[in-house]
Ligand binder design. Sequence first.
Ligand code: FMN
Length: 271
Amino acid sequence: MIQFQIDEERCIQCGECAEDCPAGVISMEEYPVINEEGCFRCQHCLAVCPTGAVSILGRNPDKSVALEGNMPDPARLETLIKGRRSIRRYSNRDLDPALIDQLLDIAWHAPTGVNAQSVLFTVVKEKRIMNRLRQEVMSELARLKVDGKLPPGFAGQYLGGAVKSWQKDGTDIIFRGAPHLLVTSAPKDAPCPAQDTIIALTTFQLMAHTRGVGTVWDGMFMMALSVIPDLAARIGIPEDHIMGYAMVFGEPAVEYHRTVQRGRAIINVVK
Ligand SMILES: Cc1cc2nc3c(=O)[nH]c(=O)nc-3n(C[C@H](O)[C@H](O)[C@H](O)COP(=O)(O)O)c2cc1C
């Protein structure tokens, strides 16, 4: 049941809800919804209605944030995109768990193919847990190294180097000493699982930086996940999921003062 409801007193019969419905399930002629099964729950009808007359999925349109006057300034958004840096130095403090929840809730609004909304956020919310995971991963990698079981090629080289640094002076190249970890995954049978997981992390990352939370995409942990048997299961990733990607985050112990200056984008104009 999609609970599609129209407040007759507010409805001005503009037809925007029907016009904008990507599944084409709303009709202005008949009873408003013609095919409940076809609805993919995107809430465009609720979002597009100029008078807030449409409710769907039990949502009250008056509880949505009005867009007019509330969008970010483009220049500041550009500064956010150009000023975001990978953070590889972290304070040793836990973030407020409520802030982590809020960031995840916002990332949950990232688009997903066919509006599947099936991305799983696997998160380490406490540095105590993170330190235990760090210890486990380093020990496992050290064991694989001793047994000559690290893979050949650059993954083995990078992971071997990370073990060496950890053993030498406790430098953590796998998680960059971060107090928190986020891994996205999604069911293999979702329409676009690989894309959905990356878009969710990208959204999380940008929002995190607006709140003073540093992040870095964690390819090293992805490599560790691929070589340590059962590590994915150990952190609770379901077997029928594809692994998206990992990101570590926390309070930065470094401050950047300006944007970087990249060269020109690589662009192929179709003629
Ligand atoms: C898919 C991906 C994987 C990455 N993996 C790591 C990693 O394992 N460790 C690390 O320190 N940085 C990692 N990075 C960060 C990149 O090195 C970084 O984005 C790049 O050098 C540009 O720097 P910036 O993010 O500060 O602009 C990764 C970035 C991406 C997009």
